[in-house]
Design a protein around this ligand. Structure first.
Ligand code: SF4
Ligand code: SF4
Length: 288
């Protein structure tokens, strides 16, 4: 690939042994279309094998390569160096998360908060069908639209790193978890409306949001967590005024008629060892 120019990578690295940051600068030959992630891989392969950063899919799908690029949380794999229009780019680890090494942070608090809103469809009946599906729930294209935008979340934590409230209140659920609560509320298969509104109705939930909108600004998938949080607030008020009731989730489509000669397709089986046991534990804990 033809080198267009050299760009300086100023990397703010967390040094765990010293408990402080150190800034290292590397010169990277850049070709047209080269991404920040490819720049980091170049440095690791050619200049400093000790440099630590996370990456996996390289196509803005897994969401693990999020870092702060020139002051803004972005995905390294989908940010082209030349698009930054600068001869020097500054890279830092994501904020609001515990530091591990160099550009690597620990996403545990982010996923713990996501867990609290119960990020799965809740059903009160037809539990056999829930765990061993044989049919589909009725859902029209319009009903899919209700939550589709919010289901695009990559769990990249860019919104969490950009959120000033998450930066100042460690108990704040954060934009992704709150958005995800709304994602399931908006899904007509779900029957956890009142339970989820109870979880988010607190100063550390939807009422903690300052509506700065940074979360929506940095989201690489256009999910718009700030919008979801405002809808949650409206729903909490409606619930308190007695306008909202638990709804009955979408019903199952009727069984397909038996047609001779057509092979019956079995429902998928659990493929990961221990997954069935884990699913049963969740059922006992949250759904029974
Ligand atoms: S809108 Fe709310 S959740 Fe989003 S960044 Fe601002 S304070 Fe955080
Ligand atoms: S809402 Fe957007 S920024 Fe936040 S975790 Fe999901 S994809 Fe990332």
């Amino acid at each position: 690939m033809e080198t267009i120019k050299n760009v300086k990578f100023r990397i703010k690295r967390w040094i765990p042994e010293d408990g402080r940051f150190r800034v290292d600068t590397f010169e990277v030959p850049v070709f047209k279309g080269m991404t920040v992630l490819e720049g980091l891989i170049y440095i690791k392969e050619n200049l400093d094998p000790s440099l630590s950063f996370r990456r996996s899919c390289r196509m803005a799908t897994c969401g693990i390569c999020g870092i702060v690029i020139n002051g803004k949380p972005m995905l390294a794999c989908s940010t082209q160096i030349l698009h930054l229009q600068s001869d020097t780019i500054t890279l830092e680890p994501l904020k609001n998360l515990p530091l591990v090494k160099d550009l690597v942070v620990d996403h545990t608090p982010f996923f713990e908060k996501q867990k609290t809103i119960k990020p799965y469809i809740i059903r009160k009946n037809d539990l056999d069908e829930y765990w061993n599906p044989t049919r589909e729930y009725k859902q029209t294209p319009r009903e899919v639209e209700e939550y589709l935008q919010f289901s695009y979340c990559l769990t990249c934590a860019l919104c969490y790193a950009a959120c000033p409230t998450s930066g100042t209140n460690k108990d704040y659920l954060g934009p992704q978890a709150l958005m995800n609560a709304y994602r399931f509320i908006a899904d007509n298969r779900d029957e956890g409306l009142l339970l989820r509104l109870e979880i988010v109705d607190s100063p550390d939930g939807c009422w903690g949001c300052h509506l700065a909108g940074s979360c929506s600004d940095v989201c690489p998938k256009g999910v718009d967590p700030a919008l979801a949080i405002q809808i949650l607030r409206k729903m909490v008020v409606e619930k308190d005024l007695g306008y909202l009731e638990e709804r009955k989730g979408a019903q199952l489509v009727p069984p397909l008629p038996y047609v001779e000669g057509v092979e019956k397709v079995e429902a998928p089986k659990f493929t990961v060892r221990g997954a069935k046991k884990k699913a049963e534990e969740i059922q006992t804990k949250y759904l029974s």
